[in-house]
Every structure is written in structure tokens, then in C-alpha cells.
Design a protein around this ligand. Structure first.
Ligand code: SAM
Length: 228
């Protein structure tokens, strides 16, 4: 396991996010030219309904959970295993319940949530099918899941994307604290399942009406599904 292969053990993933927490939001805005917040807004719009009890898994610094509150969700729980990322989240909004925990062992009973979101998180977990199974378990039947994740474009943008993501992002990362995270980032995207494959894994985990759409020429995908 190494940053170059895009595979790290869970303790290494946790300490990597602890290290980059101070620059995480800034790097998101810079790397996406500010589009990341729009994608989070679209994720919330796709799955969260007013009054929902919402889980934002791998909440990091909390932007998706905050977007869910602003969209009129009822109870919102943000869960992450990095204490430093959670510290940033807590400073943003106090009405969210911010919890330190593992997406692979969610500390909630079955059918506890109406909707769930995971933004740029599932790529980092050690066992993706197990994470999807946990998300199905804690959603009520009919509950909605939205997964926002970076993906690899195949169209005309592909060469520009490779230049930006595989070369310039790691270079930018080297200038910042915790720079190896920005070598891990493109490597983890390269080994992550493509949109069709992720949709298949969601179906296997027990979601129906699974669909996905992409943003920004196919660099980010939003998958949605409904728990059976
Ligand atoms: C790239 S950040 C995404 C943060 C946020 N969701 C966003 O939209 O920017 C990924 C987050 O997933 C968390 N994470 C990775 N694996 C996890 C796991 N097994 N359980 C809980 N959190 C996890 C990391 O600590 C990190 O904060």
C-alpha cells in the first residue's frame, strides 16, 4: 500500500486527512475552480427532501452536511474518522451532529435515515461493497443515497484532465502541507471503479433505480439509488 498505488490502510487514510485538514477546503476550490460546491448542491437536491433525517458519511470538513441543512433537512448527522477534518466541520455549523466514526461500521440502527450522501469519500474506504452494504442497512426502505465521486473522463477532455490531475495537482500539493495526499488523489481515482461498475456495485448492495450523471465533461459522477 502506498500513495503511488492510490491504496492506503485505514489508519494511513485517517492521518493523511488529519494532516491536510487545514488546506482541504482551499485545495477543493482551487482544483475545481469553485465547482465543487455546485456539485455538492446537486447531490443534496437529488436525494435530500425537506425534513429528512440525513447521514453524510465521510463528511470531512462538512460542506455536504451544511448543504443538506440549508436545503431544509431535519436532523443531519455528519460522520468521519478524521478528528482534524471534523474540527473544521464543527466550526462551520453547530446544528449538525458531527460524529467520529467509521463508514464500515456505522453506529446507527437499521433503517435510521431517510437519505444519505457521501462526497469524495467512498474512493478512500478499504472495502467498497461493505461500505455500500452499511449505507443500505441504515437507510429505511425507500431511502435515497447520493454518491459524489471523482471519475476519469474518456472524451476529448481526457488529455487535459491527465495533465491537470496527474501532473499539476501533485505539483501543487508538493507546495502545501501534507503534499503526498495530492499524489494519492489521482492514483486513487485511477484504481477506482468507473461509473458503470459503481452503479453495478450499488445494485448488488441492494439499491434500486440506480442512475448516474456526470459533471464538468465527465470528471465527477453523481450516483443515486433507492434502498429496497
Ligand atoms: C476527500 S474527503 C471528503 C470530505 C467531504 N465529504 C467533501 O465533500 O469534501 C474524504 C473523507 O473521508 C473520510 N474517510 C475515509 N474513509 C473513511 C471511513 N472508513 N470512515 C469514515 N470516514 C472516512 C476521510 O477522513 C476524509 O475526511
Amino acid at each position: 500500500m502506498s500513495v503511488e498505488t492510490g491504496r492506503l490502510s485505514p489508519p494511513d487514510v485517517r492521518s493523511m486527512f488529519d494532516r491536510i485538514a487545514p488546506v482541504y477546503d482551499l485545495m477543493n476550490r482551487v482544483m475545481t475552480a469553485g465547482l465543487d460546491q455546485h456539485w455538492r448542491g446537486e447531490t443534496v437536491k437529488a436525494v435530500v427532501r425537506p425534513g429528512d433525517r440525513v447521514l453524510d458519511g465521510c463528511c470531512g470538513t462538512g460542506d455536504l452536511a451544511v448543504a443538506a441543512v440549508r436545503a431544509g433537512a431535519g436532523d443531519v448527522v455528519g460522520l468521519d474518522f478524521s478528528p482534524r477534518m471534523l474540527e473544521r466541520a464543527r466550526a462551520k455549523l453547530q446544528v449538525v451532529t458531527w460524529l467520529e466514526g467509521d463508514l464500515l461500521a456505522l453506529p446507527f440502527p437499521d433503517a435510521d435515515f431517510d437519505s444519505a450522501t457521501v462526497g469524495f469519500g467512498v474512493r478512500n474506504v478499504a472495502d467498497l461493497p461493505a461500505a455500500l452494504a452499511e449505507l443500505t442497512r441504515v437507510l429505511r426502505p425507500g431511502g435515497r443515497l447520493g454518491i459524489l465521486e471523482i471519475t476519469t473522463p474518456t472524451g476529448f477532455l481526457a488529455p487535459f484532465y491527465r495533465l491537470w490531475f496527474d501532473h499539476l495537482v501533485p505539483l501543487l500539493g508538493r507546495l502545501l502541507r501534507g503534499g503526498s495526499a495530492y499524489t494519492y488523489l489521482p492514483a486513487s481515482v485511477r484504481r477506482f471503479p468507473g461509473p458503470e461498475e459503481l452503479a453495478g456495485l450499488m445494485r448488488t448492495a441492494g439499491f434500486e433505480d440506480v442512475a448516474f450523471r456526470t459533471f464538468a465533461g465527465g470528471i465527477v459522477a453523481l450516483h443515486t439509488g433507492v434502498a429496497r
